[in-house]
Design a protein around this ligand. Structure first.
Ligand SMILES: Cc1ncc(COP(=O)(O)O)c(C=O)c1O
Length: 437
């Protein structure tokens, strides 16, 4: 096998990485990951790292989970791919049924896509077209600051993270944006902030509600915005505003869904049923890309008509509902039921919170935010790349984590053991002390 230095040199000649400043990256000493097992990744020099962000929030049980790998292999021997446009297959049918079994009651249709962004994009178009086909042209979307729904242009239009999204503003669809329910004023509670943002939303909807086809939110945690948590009452309020105004409630569960917050979906914390729900990330347990939009029957009904009526949802991707991905997702969901993974994620979150409690008192730590396993530790900047420096200190101690600006993000695999979790917390604590204390 090629050496690490040789692979890095070849990478630097040929590859362009996502969310990576290439003028800086060579100096950041790139790691080359060779293999994974359980919660650990191993680099080409054989060094072991605990995967503290579950490979960008996807790994559920661990790397190389045998039951998922076996399911993929078995499916590979039967059917590796067949289009879902006008054809169907059993893994796709079964997965739709399984998703509806765990989704909030009232969601009744599953539309598959590939990545979180592509599912977000589908849901965005569905909301507009459904309204149009019910006789109302509603070209506006209402969304919140610090939101993130992916990097395709529709998803970017509904985003609110300045660093990622500002550049593309001239290209985007028209929206109305209100404040983030997770960014609190001084001395404000999350419930008070929820009410304040709901009032902003109500004002927009009373002016322009007739033109708004969807209100778009990440439920409970705005993940890429910096693990900003909000009160469940916010979602209850959004549901009520949608009911009053006739806008669809479109929730993006790509980060929160499939167990991460200690419930199957973020909206379960509020007991709210959206009209459209986007899922992705952990669906396949972290093995393969797959995402989906779950819709209410009333949305689906708006697309029914004759083949020439133009009411079809003219949208789809070549690898939509790829059978290997569906097989992986089915194996993942079966394991999650068998192992009680969702409840376990709640326990993991509590243990992580307790293990990090002393760090909350450090001068260098502004705030620790957490729901279930989704954790953000906001540090006070002591240089240009404080979050990055904390993550680098953790890497030296054998833990891989990734910052969002000055927020150090932890999102361990849901199946992490107590001792592995304690190792993660111990290393993060020591790394924070090294950099910001
Ligand atoms: C809430 C949310 N929506 C959408 C996406 C985009 O998903 P993907 O990167 O799979 O396109 C992400 C990715 O982090 C996300 O957190």
């Amino acid at each position: 096998m090629s050496s690490r230095s040789e692979l890095v040199a070849r990478d630097l000649r040929a590859v362009w990485h996502p969310f990576t400043q290439h003028a800086q990256w060579p100096a950041d000493d790139p790691l080359v990951i060779d293999r994974g097992s359980g919660v650990y990744l191993y680099d080409t020099d054989g060094r072991r790292y605990l995967d503290g962000v579950s490979s960008l929030w996807v790994t559920v049980h661990g790397h190389g989970e045998p039951a998922i790998n076996d399911a993929i292999r078995a499916q590979l021997d039967r059917l590796e791919h067949s289009t879902f446009l006008g054809l169907t297959h059993e893994p796709g049918i079964r997965l739709a049924e399984e998703l509806l079994r765990v989704a909030p009651a009232g969601l009744s249709r599953v539309f598959f896509a590939g990545d979180g962004s592509s599912a977000a994009e589908a849901a965005i178009k569905m909301a507009y077209q459904a309204a149009l086909q019910r006789g109302r042209d509603r070209p506006l979307y209402l969304h919140v600051a610090e939101g993130y729904h992916g990097d395709t242009l529709g998803a970017v239009s509904l985003g609110g993270v300045e660093l990622f999204h500002a550049t593309y503003r001239p290209l985007l669809i028209e929206t109305r944006i209100v404040g983030s329910p997770g960014v609190l004023g001084v001395g404000q509670t999350r419930a008070e902030r929820a009410n304040e943002v709901l009032a902003e939303m109500r004002a927009v909807l009373s002016r322009e509600g007739e033109r708004v086809c969807a209100v778009v939110v990440e439920p409970m945690v705005q993940a890429a915005g910096g693990m900003l948590t909000h009160d469940a009452s916010f979602l209850v309020g959004v549901r009520a505003l949608c009911d009053e105004s006739g806008a669809a409630m479109l929730v993006d569960e790509v980060a929160t869904g499939v167990g991460a917050t200690g419930t199957w979906f973020g909206v379960d914390h509020a007991g709210v049923v959206p009209d459209l729900m986007v899922v992705g990330k952990r669906l396949t347990g972290g093995a393969l890309p797959l995402s989906a939009v779950l819709a209410r029957e009333s949305v689906y009904d708006a697309f029914l008509g004759t083949p020439l009526s133009g009411r079809t949802f003219f949208h789809g991707h070549t690898y939509t509902a790829n059978p290997l991905s569906c097989a992986a997702a089915l194996a993942n969901l079966a394991l999650m039921h068998e192992r009680g993974t969702v409840a376990r994620a709640g326990v993991v979150g509590e243990r992580l919170g307790a293990a990090l409690a002393s760090a909350a008192a450090y001068d260098g730590v502004a705030e620790i935010r957490r729901l279930g396993t989704m954790t953000g530790i906001e540090v006070h900047p002591v240089g240009q790349r404080t979050g990055f420096e904390v993550c680098r200190a953790a890497r030296r101690r054998g833990v891989l984590i990734r910052p969002l600006g000055d927020v150090v993000v932890l999102m361990p695999p849901l199946g992490i053991s107590d001792s592995e979790l304690d190792e993660l917390a111990r290393v993060v604590d020591a790394s924070i002390r090294e950099v910001v204390q």
